[in-house]
Design a protein around this ligand. Sequence first.
Ligand code: NDP
Length: 314
Amino acid sequence: MTGRKEKSIEKREKRLQEISLLRTIPYSDHQRWWSAETIAVVTGANRGIGFEIARQLAGHGLTVILTSRDTGVGIEAAKVLQEGGFNVDVHQLDILHDESVSEFTKWIKEKYGGVDILINNAGVNYNLGSGNSMEFSKTMIETNYYGTKNMVKAMIPLMRPSAAGARIVNVSSRLGKLNGRRSRIEDEALRAKLSNLETLSEELIDNMVSTFLQQVEDNTWQSGGWPQKFTDYAVSKLAVNLYSVLLANQLAERPEGRKIYINCYCPGWVRTAMTGWSGNVSAEHAADTGVWLALLPNKEVTGKLFAERRELKL
Ligand code: NDP
């Protein structure tokens, strides 16, 4: 093993230990802006990181709506938490299907009157190891980017006014960075436009992903200047990260009391079905930064990408 690799493993281990300690510090009364009436929706919560986020949020005393695209699986997962004494409700939700999203939106509005926290966790990845299969690129972009956007657009009108502000947390990835060490948009002009709030727009992000998908279809993506590893996954998460920056900027204009804060985080390489249980971080640890962001007492944090409770440069 190279010295550099050893050092970075050591650094990560140390940070994991620090976070384990941080997690033992309870929130004080003045930090706890939430209560049992606070409603947190978690997508793809029937397993993996989503289930763990649901468990931890419920453990902090919130009401958690565990959603799952398979009704039966969702009910079983929710039962585990309900039997543990947690305040957890369950509903079917497939973020790719408009009917499912609107049925869920109607249900939650009628039953709870609104939402305070949305955790966009549902996602897919079909690349295993360092493989770079393009076979499922469309599903990946649609689920990870458009599915997340569908949920954000459906839930924002339901987000309740509060002094603490409503929160959106997107479970994303550090692979989705503009200038990452392992992933980078090579086209300098595009990178410049995407990194400038004056030129960043939803159309620009949508165009970026459709150009990518068109190149996949034409089999020209290799020379398109896209991230070289986990390419389709990296593009999907880059789109999520950029959309969050854009939206954070727009939402910042809302008046005090009606604010909505939106952030992304990378959970690390996690032992879940997605990685064939080959990650180096447990789901429990992977959920931590998402839960921390959702409950952050400091409400000014928005439009950022985090990993292990620290901000990363996009
Ligand atoms: P899992 O594969 O264990 O869980 C993914 C969840 O998303 C499942 O509940 C799945 O439902 C759900 N899902 C997929 N498509 C849809 C859809 N169309 N509608 C609703 N739900 C859907 O993966 P993880 O827990 O590891 O991943 C959770 C999130 O973390 C993802 O966004 C992923 O990209 C991100 N992430 C994971 C990393 C890792 O190393 N594991 C690294 C970086 C980011 P079903 O059970 O029905 O398939």
